[in-house]
Write a protein that binds this ligand. Sequence first.
Ligand code: SAM
Length: 277
Amino acid sequence: MAQRKRQKLGQHFLHEKRYLAQIVELADITPGEDVLEIGVGEGALTRYLLDAGAKIYGIEIDEALIPALRKMEDEHERFHLIHGDALDIDYAGLPDKMKLVANLPYQVASAIISQLTEKVEIFPLMVLMVQREVGERLCAAPGGKDYGSLTLWVGYRYKTRLCQVVPPGAFRPPPKVDSAIIRLEAREKPLVDVGNENLYFRIIQAGFAHRRKTLLNNLKSLNLNELSNAYHNFSNPETLRTFLESAGIDPSRRAETLGAHEFAIIARAMEPLMENK
Ligand code: SAM
């Protein structure tokens, strides 16, 4: 039972010192700087961050770990423990700018990254341990199997870098797969000028709905009730084909071959056709 709970919470504690040190080095901590750590666990990474001078807001969900962490909090003035779910953070009372440094629980890593990268004004830098596969998806270039909506979602606001592949043996207990340390640095402005962000990401989502289908087939399902009368129906393949061709995008391409600037071209061309822009 206890083992099943540990697995469910992604409790693979990092014990290899060189990776703990590398994470802290990549986070480039200035003494006194505010850091959010998600998934404190037994505090291994927290101690390294404290040694670097960080002021830490650490979130941990597991009740069983809380008594030892409360003791740690009493001993370290710069460590504040928050007992709760990272997917449900209450930002009231937290600094309005912090670095995010974490060995993320794998089950919720993509959800946490998707949620927190939208708050780019709060998090200028993230250094994260994730499952290698997630790291590869975040840092993928167009054309490959790893490239997809997560790549484009995060890449819109952050420069992404996979810094280090980490083998299972660095953790206790070891996970079944490799991990990776990634560094996400906020862009000064979004990667591309998309006009309507909401529309841009809806196009991406629809474009990748079935990876093997063409843009023409996938974008048919883009259900835009807001389209003007003249373009009332993109589910009509001929209307959609004409639209994509006049935007300069070959309708027979697959989404995975399009760069962010090409999705932006589609979004900017579609925006004037919307009733409620
Ligand atoms: N930071 C520690 C380390 O590096 O050894 C622990 C990392 S371990 C991979 C992930 C931690 O996140 C576990 O302690 C787990 O209980 C916690 N956790 C899992 N889901 C969580 C959630 N939704 N919110 C907050 N913490 C969570």
